[in-house]
Design a protein around this ligand. Structure first.
Ligand code: SF4
Length: 287
């Protein structure tokens, strides 16, 4: 059995938080470049060029891509042949602690805005650490530890939606609703978007599917031809909405539509849409 110390997890999460907030992933930059090259609306093309400039300056000067450095969502895939050993005396005692301490260090040392309030409804006092993170942990075959960190902006998360369809709904009903969710997100969620869609599972897992869909590389279609076609059609319909970059019109409302699916109950058809803004920040490390 391989072992990895919690301290190594903590350090990795710290550096992933900083890298995610400073460096736009290559696939997002490539998608912005492609959109800028074919955008027919001159003001929209100019905004796309400015978004690319912003990404270049952030990476060069080691500053955040956006003032909202997000709620940190951490995905950990732990190989079944890998052991996270009992903690040393002073270090983090659990995976949760290691992740949260890594987030705290990343946001402090990277000069990233801390955006988490401890109580959601009445006190809403800032935790001053950007912790706790949202942690999703699963076991997979192998002996590696894969850690993905997403800095998820509040403005776009606020526009995400869930709906439980009747199982008799047609694919066109689902597609119409997805387009409507994007239309209602509008300029508030900082387009162009990456649209994560979760279809199937149940109430909570369809929302998680819509989030994990965002981790897939842009331009990589769903492996099932039916859903790959649905992604293409949704992308065309969403870009025909004319919302455009930052909501000022144009051909580029989405950079990608990514669907993930799962089996579901015979009586259910859960669908979730997770809206992601143009500042689509995520980084992965494999230990
Ligand atoms: S939605 Fe995205 S781009 Fe807009 S303010 Fe939030 S993080 Fe920044």
């Amino acid at each position: 059995m391989r072992t990895i110390e919690f301290e190594q997890v903590r350090r990795t999460v710290e550096s992933l938080c900083i890298a995610a907030c400073y460096e736009l992933p290559d696939d997002v930059r490539t998608a912005l470049e492609a959109a800028a090259a074919k955008e027919s609306n001159p003001p929209a093309a100019k905004i796309l060029a400015q978004l690319l400039d912003n990404a270049r300056i952030a990476a060069d000067e080691r500053i955040p891509l956006c003032q909202d450095t997000g709620l940190t969502v951490v995905f950990v895939e732990q190989g079944a042949e890998l052991v996270l050993p009992p903690p040393s005396q002073d270090g983090p005692a659990t995976l949760h602690e290691a992740v949260n301490e890594g987030v705290q260090a990343g946001y402090e040392n990277g000069f990233l805005r801390k955006s988490v309030v401890a109580d959601p409804l009445h006190a809403r006092t800032n935790t001053q650490t950007n912790a706790p993170a949202i942690l999703h942990h699963i076991f997979v075959p192998g002996d590696k530890l894969r850690i993905s960190v997403m800095a998820k902006g509040g403005g776009c998360e606020n526009k995400s939606q869930f709906r439980m369809f009747r199982p008799t709904a047609e694919a066109s009903d689902v597609a119409d609703w997805i387009v409507e969710v994007v239309r209602s997100a509008g300029a508030d969620a900082c387009p162009p978007f990456v649209v994560g869609v979760g279809i199937g599972g149940n109430f909570e897992s369809s929302c998680l599917l819509s989030k994990t869909a965002l981790l897939r590389s842009l331009g990589e279609p769903h492996p099932d031809g039916f859903y790959a076609q649905m992604e293409r059609e949704l992308m065309a319909r969403i870009n025909a909405l004319g919302i455009g970059p930052l909501g000022l019109g144009g051909d580029t409302t989405a950079l990608g539509v990514q669907i993930e699916t799962a089996p579901c109950h015979i009586a259910s058809l859960p669908v979730a849409v997770n809206i992601e803004c143009h500042s689509h920040r995520h980084k992965t490390a494999i230990l």
